[in-house]
Design a protein around this ligand. Structure first.
Ligand code: HEC
Length: 175
């Protein structure tokens, strides 16, 4: 229906045509919040920086105030996060993204319930459009680096350094 109106208006003149284009985009996405940027890759870059993905997936990002060259970003960090879930690692997102088609990526990010402190509940709620933008940005960086260690189950000491993610101090119940 929208497309038919669009074509009819288009025949009436070029100005009306471009007006109708933005109306069409708005109609199709009105109920789904999403980032608007000059390109899908730019939208993805913005979402990755805003989403704090770099804080965990780029070595040295928080320590340097984000002063890491793009070519060295999102390669994963071989320092684990240890808690009641065992030890988890923020993997190399450039290799991970390359292993998924855009559609598979949306499905995985929408449904996966993995380990802390990865904000799975947050990324599960992202719109298709934003998830596709994140994928496009990660793929645009190119494959580089190594895969990080897999998760270690509770009770097993990891072979890498780790950050201990448990509350300590007065009145903390340890049992
Ligand atoms: C607080 C640290 C933290 C932040 C912030 C974070 N991650 Fe993660 N991420 C992790 C950890 C730890 C894992 C491993 C979790 C697991 O095993 O389920 C992970 C896993 C992943 C995986 C799965 C990797 C694989 O090997 O399959 C993807 C994809 C991912 N993160 C993407 C993102 C994106 C995109 C963002 C930003 C929106 C983000 N992460 C923000 C820590 C983080």
């Amino acid at each position: 229906m929208i497309r038919r109106i669009f074509l009819t208006t288009c025949l009436a003149g070029l100005a009306a045509c471009s007006l109708e284009t933005s109306a069409e985009v708005e109609t199709e996405t009105a109920s789904t919040p999403h980032i608007v940027a000059a390109s899908q890759v730019e939208a993805g870059r913005y979402l990755v920086e805003l989403g704090g993905c770099q804080d965990c997936h780029t070595a040295g990002w928080p320590e340097s105030g984000g002063q890491i060259a793009a070519d060295d970003q999102l390669l994963g960090v071989p320092v684990g996060f240890k808690g009641p879930w065992g030890v988890s690692y923020a993997n190399n997102l450039r290799l991970v993204a390359a292993a998924y088609t855009p559609e598979e990526w949306v499905e995985m990010m929408r449904t996966r319930q993995g380990l802390p402190p990865m904000p799975w509940t947050t990324v599960n709620r992202m719109s298709d459009s934003d998830l596709l933008a994140v994928h496009a940005y990660l793929v645009s960086l190119g494959e580089k680096g190594e895969t990080m260690p897999g998760a270690v189950p509770p009770g097993v000491e990891p072979a890498t350094p780790y950050i201990y993610f448990m509350p300590v101090g007065p009145d903390v119940q340890t049992g």
